[in-house]
Design a protein around this ligand. Sequence first.
Ligand SMILES: Cc1cc2nc3c(=O)[nH]c(=O)nc-3n(C[C@H](O)[C@H](O)[C@H](O)COP(=O)(O)OP(=O)(O)OC[C@H]3O[C@@H](n4cnc5c(N)ncnc54)[C@H](O)[C@@H]3O)c2cc1C
Length: 434
Amino acid sequence: MQNSRRKFLEQSLLSGYLGTIGGNLLANPSSQSSSAALKKAKVIVVGGGFGGATTAKYLKIYSGGKIDVTLIDPAQNFISCPLSNLVINGQMEISDLTKSRLELERKYGINIVNDTVEQIMPEARKILLKQGGTMSYDKLVLSPGIDMMWESIPTMKDPAIQNRFVHAMKAGTQTLILKKQLESMEDGGVFAISIPLAPYRCPPSPYERASQVAHYLKKFKPKSKVLVLDANAEITSKASLFKRAWSTYYPNMIEYRNNHTLVDVDPAASALLFEVQDDVKASVLNVIPPMRAGDIAHRTKLANINQRWCEVDFLTYESKIMPNIHVLGDAIQSSTQTPKSAQVANGQAKICASAIYHLLADLPIDKNPNFSSICYSILGDKTGAHISTLHHFDKNTQSMAVIAGSNSISTTDNPKEYLSAIKWANDIWADTFI
Ligand SMILES: Cc1cc2nc3c(=O)[nH]c(=O)nc-3n(C[C@H](O)[C@H](O)[C@H](O)COP(=O)(O)OP(=O)(O)OC[C@H]3O[C@@H](n4cnc5c(N)ncnc54)[C@H](O)[C@@H]3O)c2cc1C
């Protein structure tokens, strides 16, 4: 690849990572009739996280406020997973990651409903709310994130055990429980992290967690150890960067064991039970179970790929099996090159919002959508590193593929990229909620 093209791609990623490159996003309604159709159109967005809130906001922006958009989420505020590993080791507060959705209502006129969607009735184009009442839609957008496959760890079907061996892969209460467990651990104890086979939410996040837990232990409980028990054959993201950081900053403190598939836990012994290897006892068990699309997608039978992920048309994010329901974010089936991340959910949301607007206005949709994926991790004491790619729609596979030569990865973690990671988080929070 020519140097100038590589440079252009890197610049696109590192400076404008929250835009899409190219695309036909801002076409105006071409006639009075399409404008009238838009005015009556009702879109309900289920899930006010990175995917859902961004879709709701951009539906309003692209339609000039004409589409009637309702955003439903049980919680008044959103708590961000990105940077939540820094809450576990005390470098940040949960309040730093808590974002209000009120600006979406005030600035863009989105109707915010704090409730849970209990049921979707695709034939009738209606949803049922937990607190009672139904709502009708022309288009439904689902970005419910992930839920856990508790059936693969039988003892953990018990909610009391789930609250003891927390995953902390949804930021909030569980993040704070894990922080408390780390603080209460004896010096000389073992903090074990069990990682499921990919795909799971945010591939590098468990390894970032190992790094940041070790950062805390080095300072406060230096005789302790982090044990990473990974079902995968190798660290699934930024492997060489993590290995270098672990041996440089935390020598003999982080032990990594691959091919460890968890089959159950033993609460009495505080132990992890594996398919092949011996049981492992530890002071803290951070059990990250296998994941699938959020419960509402699963219950609606939208998760048609291995009963885990939802299959969509990558030009519109419409479900392949249920018309007028669009699914995005962590809940969908995507290529192995596409991580389940906030950055990717943000890009998908803009493509989905643009497609829905164009469909409702009876205008042609963009046939060449693209987005960027950039993922920072914090490895040392305020040092960060990134991995990034640009993705475009591949007509042959009808899915999003990495643009050849667009890959970029830090050579080593460094203080500048810690600051870039914080800036990235602030930018995506603003792009989603303000
Ligand atoms: C520790 C950690 C660190 C991470 N770091 C990064 C990072 O640095 N960069 C990055 O890009 N990504 C990161 N991620 C991944 C990122 O958080 C997710 O990929 C992203 O949140 C996915 O967006 P989503 O919209 O699919 O789901 P979410 O953002 O989880 O939003 C789902 C929303 O749906 C709501 N919901 C679910 N069911 C219903 C229902 N029935 N009715 C109403 N509402 C419902 C939930 O309340 C929730 O608010 C990290 C994840 C973790 C766990």
